[in-house]
Write a protein of this length. Structure first.
Length: 322
């Protein structure tokens, strides 16, 4: 196995290998499913490539990358991409008050996430990369080509062998999709993320809320997933909605001294509805022209998510179905 990236230009710092097996093991331990994505990302990073993760919010991109970085034994520098991410914020700056008395010196340079990642050999993870201003993206593109950065008045900063760039973006986010994005695509491997299936989403919620009734967890996931297919909604909720729904319901149930189950007792159905409204109404968006409110749509989805068989098959009168 070569330690030198064959694609690196002579004289420039090369990417070293990363421990692909340890990365995958760490992701298996911390991430539900995502086996294919984890293998492909780990393999690409191990081979010295940078990666673009593309998928809707809440699909586990950050969770997976954190696990892979941990498995690689590399740090993770996380940067939120937005219009305020100037080159100076990304790279770092000289402390202006110290410059006044000491002039420009390496000691008074305050490194930003890019310089920290380059020198420590961390993974630099830039979320919402399509929101980053073009001049800042240009800095990143330069680093991708050269594995080194020229910082005015500081000098050349070479990338440590384990340094990699991982960028993430939401494909339906049209904010600031600049001209530069094709250049980033051309220098990265791309891995697409879609929502996981119901069983895996239930397993994600169960990891955080193992003590909550399994039927209730399944119902919370069912209601959350239904927001993604509802004809009146243009945006549905990620699994974060189900995680919040169960968390809020568990607290409310304790407060109100009611039990949670797939089929809630008459006195507990409103607790499920309250939790669903709190967890989901802010995460969904109505299609333009819809005549109903998000509250009405979510309340209806919650009611419809009650398990069908128990609901109709039971004669004990406490179905509590709205
Ligand atoms: N496969 C998974 N395994 C374990 N937890 C997951 C998984 N997918 C999502 N989660 C959980 O769902 C939540 C959202 O995941 P995460 O923050 O990784 O999503 P993301 O894709 O980075 O979202 P965004 O695009 O908004 O940054 C987290 O609480 C995370 O723990
Ligand atoms: Mg994220």
């Amino acid at each position: 196995m070569s330690l030198v990236d064959p694609g690196a230009a002579p004289g420039l710092p090369a990417a070293g290998r990363l421990p692909v097996r340890a990365m995958i093991d760490a992701s298996r331990a911390r991430v539900v499913g995502r086996v294919r994505e984890s293998e492909v990302i780990a393999a690409a990073l191990a081979a010295g490539r940078s990666v673009l993760l593309e998928g809707p919010p809440g699909t586990g991109k950050t969770t997976l990358l954190r696990a892979l970085a941990e498995g690689a034994g590399a740090g993770l520098e996380l940067v939120e991409g937005n219009a305020e991410l100037s080159p100076a914020r990304l790279v770092g700056h000289h402390d202006p008050s110290r410059v006044l008395t000491e002039d420009y010196r390496p000691e008074n340079f305050v490194p930003g996430p890019l310089v920290r990642a380059l020198t420590s050999g961390a993974l630099l993870y830039v979320e919402e990369v399509n929101r980053v201003p073009e001049e800042t993206l240009n800095v990143l593109l330069g680093v991708l080509s050269e594995r080194r950065l020229h910082v005015p008045r500081l000098g050349i900063v070479d990338a440590a062998p384990s340094f990699r760039l991982v960028a993430a973006m939401n494909p339906s986010d049209s904010v600031g999709t600049g001209r530069i994005t094709p250049a980033l695509y051309d220098r990265s491997c791309r891995v697409g993320f879609v929502h996981q299936d119901a069983d895996e989403e239930t397993a994600i919620v169960r990891r955080d809320h193992g003590v909550v009734d399994a039927g209730f967890l399944e119902r919370a996931v069912r209601a959350t997933r239904a927001t993604r297919a509802h004809p009146e909604l243009r945006l549905g909720s990620s699994v974060r909605g189900a995680l919040d729904l169960v968390a809020v319901a568990a607290s409310l149930a304790e407060l109100r001294d009611v039990g949670l189950a797939g089929r809630l007792a008459a006195g507990a159905e409103s607790t499920g509805t309250d939790a669903a409204l709190a967890a989901l109404t802010g995460r969904v968006q109505l299609l333009e022209g819809s005549t109903r409110t998000v509250e009405e749509v979510v309340a209806e989805l919650w009611a419809a998510s009650a398990p069908v068989d128990e609901q109709s098959g039971s004669g004990d009168g406490d179905a509590g179905k709205a």
